[in-house]
Ligand binder design. Structure first.
Ligand SMILES: *Cc1c(COP(=O)(O)O)cnc(C)c1O
Length: 371
């Protein structure tokens, strides 16, 4: 919480406008459009919902293929599978754990419709290459920018580069509203339909703007918009998003400094952020050496009162992933990195003393194992 959340919720309540697309949603939309430079932004009730809207907007048909990493959250794939699409998993890069752009072209078939890069930990994918490949092959690009709010690639905000992008404001992300998300529409040709799909398939948004004198069912859609209480909470967070990002970056850089000796000793690998990427400190993770027993290290941290978790069981190894998706080649980097990764505590308010303690317990766990 940044301080003003409950105040704005009260303001929404006394303004007698609790359904979606009220004054707080408008403020959030303006902020998102100004900050990202996208053509149009639409708040949704989750990033999952925004990805589902993207699949509807791209008119994904049964059998259409969508290229994405296996190392991601289920929603990246699920949104397309709901329309009968087939996720095609491509391996990730060893350094950033992002989609390996050099493997994309080999995965393209006549059925391929879109590429979905996931900006892991708020570190951008190699977007120039991905956009060039998409253009050459007539494919759409949907950025899964769930973790990418306030991060950039070569100075361009994450979320402003693909045809469409999805943000998340889930409480585990940097800027939050409990559950929440946004669809960013960069291709102006998709903007009006995006509004219709989000408003139950109707042109209600145009009606509210006075552009039509009644609203009717236009096409397939659903209810993807959040109510004003959520938007009010989110507005308080967006107002403070620069401070949140600054504080998180300070914590991230402190971890990076104090863990350097452990990397030098070969006990772990720290995150790698390419020069082109201005990240948002969404996550601080470390990769353990291949032979380490991760469960034991996590147990050691836990028994010292430190909550630390691993990330993503790769989708290709999950029951639904095996049923609905296919792999483009073997995915050795996905398998190896996902088995070695642990995420350290990172939230606004974490103190340097607490971080020192995390580092000390981690060092004990790793050195103790070696002994
Ligand atoms: C969190 C996350 C999502 C889902 O976001 P919700 O807002 O919870 O729907 C999707 N993709 C990635 C990469 C995420 O990290």
């Amino acid at each position: 919480m940044t301080g003003k959340e409950l105040y704005y919720i009260a303001e929404a309540k006394f303004g007698n406008m609790l359904a979606g697309d009220g004054p707080f949603t408008k403020r959030c939309h303006e902020w998102l459009e100004q900050t990202s430079g996208c053509n149009k932004s639409l708040l949704t009730h989750s990033c999952t919902a925004a990805l589902e809207m993207a699949a509807l907007l791209l008119d994904i048909q049964p059998g259409d293929e969508i290229i994405m990493p296996s190392y991601t959250f289920v929603s990246t794939a699920n949104a397309f599978v709901l329309r009968g699409g087939v996720p095609v998993f491509v391996d990730i890069r060893e350094d950033t754990l992002n989609l390996d752009e050099s493997l994309i072209e080999a995965a393209i078939t006549p059925r391929t419709r879109a590429i979905v890069p996931v900006h892991y930990a708020g570190v951008a994918c190699e977007m120039d290459t991905i956009m060039r490949i998409a253009k050459q092959h007539g494919l759409k690009v949907v950025e899964d920018a769930a973790q990418g709010v306030m991060a950039a690639y070569k100075g361009r905000p994450i979320g402003s580069i693909g045809d469409l992008a999805a943000y998340s404001f889930h409480e585990t992300k940097n800027v939050i509203s409990g559950e929440g998300g946004a669809l960013l529409v960069n291709d102006p040709a998709l903007a009006l339909r995006a509004e219709v799909i989000r408003e139950k398939g109707t042109d209600r948004s145009r009606f509210f703007r006075g552009e039509v004198d009644k609203y009717t069912w236009q096409e397939v859609g659903s209810s993807f918009l959040p109510g004003e209480l959520i938007a009010a909470f989110l507005w308080a967070q967006l107002e403070e998003s620069e401070r949140i990002t600054k504080d998180r970056l300070a914590i991230w850089h402190y971890y990076h400094a104090i863990l350097e000796p452990l990397e030098t000793e070969g006990l772990l690998r720290r995150p790698i952020v390419p020069d082109d990427c201005q990240h948002n400190a969404h996550m601080y993770y470390v990769l353990l050496p291949e032979e380490r027993d991760r469960q034991k290290v996590l147990g050691e941290l836990k028994s010292n009162g430190i909550s630390s978790v691993f990330h993503y069981v790769p989708l290709h190894s999950s029951p639904a992933g095996r049923r609905y998706a296919r792999m483009s080649g073997e995915l050795p980097v996905t398998t190896s990195q996902s088995e070695r990764l642990i995420r350290l505590p990172l939230w606004v308010g974490l103190t340097f003393e607490q971080q020192n303690r995390v580092a000390a317990v981690l060092a004990d766990a790793l050195e103790g194992w070696a002994a």
